[in-house]
Design a protein around this ligand. Structure first.
Ligand code: PMP
Ligand code: GLU
Length: 401
């Protein structure tokens, strides 16, 4: 018998990110020659714009290949400050900004910095898959605030108020939302700001999809609509989605100097600075020409309209029109209880498995986002793939009896 290493308690119940897992499975099958339509990944299909790549090549040629300050190079922090001023009218100084290895590490750092065991974090459902895990890894307790499709997944402010206890340390907001594409109204953002200031909790505002909005409005968040709540807000953002830079791994935090300092300490003892070359590229992305952003947004809008139309025409599928990001989250629960041969479709996981095995469409089951009635399609892919995906989806549902 070989010796079995004992793992820490904290990792025993930890599940791998389901979005990354489905995407990896789809890519593996594709590499083996299986004809998969991959609508799982939350990853723009566009290439990183040329001027951003050029900045990285220049950095590499200039030998910009050493450690940088842990919290990022001044040039990137200035570009972040400029973006927050430009898009939100918010002013942040150098000591209130830090860069990390993706928005995901920003969220991880924040949770490690602010949560003691037993502290509660309110997370609206459906939520992005990693929020509960990141909170739990820091010893925190996620408290789930259910949001419903018939109100466009808006916040139930009364239910939110009822959930607040003296243990409430933070609320995570993600607008536009992954997976629903919902955008919170200014009124709701103000109401959250009021609750945060009255009850003394932080608002972790994950603005990673802020530039991908179809409602004609620019980015906003609790801090921008309610200046009195700015001190309570921790802004999380990054370049992955806006500039098609998922692999570069640059995210950033803007907020209270106290939290930024704590996060910097944690990062100094874990990963040190984010990649030096990627920092130069991210600075170029944020401060360079922004026409690439509107070109990609227009393409996402065309795809959204297409997929929402197609889903709307399928019997038993109900879909709220997304106002941003690049996901649709249709309610498919009317198909639960149906069969394919002997296989019972008893929930979103079974349906997603069926779609992958039989129709060769990769999507993410709603249960991964905390609501089993739905599945998530990403439309960050080309129109031909989307058309093929919707044809297969419609055909596969018809075969269920
Ligand atoms: N927040 C949300 C809501 C996301 O969908 C993602 C996607 N990965 C992230 C944060 C983190 O992105 P990244 O680490 O690539 O910056
Ligand atoms: N955020 C993307 C998604 O939801 C990428 C995968 C991940 O980091 O979870 O698909």
């Amino acid at each position: 018998m070989s010796w079995i290493p004992a793992l820490a308690e904290r990792v025993k119940n930890l599940k791998p990110s389901p979005t990354l897992a489905v995407d990896a499975k789809a890519k593996r099958l594709k590499a083996k020659g299986v004809d998969i339509v991959n609508l799982s990944a939350g990853e723009p299909d566009f290439d990183t714009p040329e001027h951003i790549k050029e900045a990285a090549i220049r950095a590499l040629r200039d030998g910009f290949t050493k450690y940088t300050p842990v919290a990022g190079i001044p040039e990137l922090k200035e570009a972040v400050a400029e973006k927050l001023k430009r898009d939100y009218g918010l002013k942040y100084s150098d000591s209130e900004i830090m860069a990390s290895t993706g928005g995901k590490q920003v969220l991880y750092n924040i949770a490690q910095a602010i949560l003691d065991p037993g502290d509660e974090v309110i997370i609206p459902v459906p939520y992005w898959v990693s929020y509960p895990a990141i909170v739990e890894l820091a010893g925190g307790i996620p408290r789930f605030l259910q949001c419903e499709a018939d109100s466009g997944f808006s916040l139930d402010l009364d239910a939110l108020e009822d959930m607040i206890t003296e243990k409430t340390k933070a609320l995570i907001l993600n607008s536009p939302s992954n997976p629903t594409g919902a955008v919170y109204s200014i009124q709701d953002l103000k109401a959250v700001g009021k609750l945060a200031t009255e009850n003394g909790f932080m608002v972790i505002t994950d603005d990673i999809y802020d530039e991908i909005r179809f409602d004609g409005n620019g980015p906003d968040n609790v801090a921008s609509v309610m200046p009195d709540a700015k001190d309570h807000c921790l802004i999380v953002n990054g370049v992955s989605k806006t500039y098609a830079m998922t692999g570069w791994r640059i995210g950033y935090l803007a907020g209270s100097e106290i939290v930024v300092k704590a996060c910097t300490k944690i990062q100094s003892q874990s990963t040190s600075n984010p990649n030096s070359i990627a920092q130069k590229a991210a600075a170029a992305a944020l401060s360079g020409p922004q026409d690439c952003v509107s070109i990609m947004r227009d393409a996402f809008l065309e795809r959204r309209d297409f997929i929402v139309d197609r889903l709307g025409a399928i019997a038993g599928v109900n879909c709220v029109e997304p106002k941003g990001a690049f996901y649709v989250f249709p309610d498919v629960s009317s198909y639960f209880g149906s069969h394919y041969g002997d296989t019972l479709i008893d929930g979103s996981l079974a349906l997603a498995d069926y779609l992958l095995e039989k129709a060769r469409i990769a999507c993410v089951p709603g249960i991964a986002f905390g609501d089993d009635r739905f599945i998530r399609f990403s439309y960050a892919t080309d129109m031909d793939t989307l058309k093929e995906g919707m044809d297969r989806f419609e055909g596969a549902l018809k075969e269920l009896g």
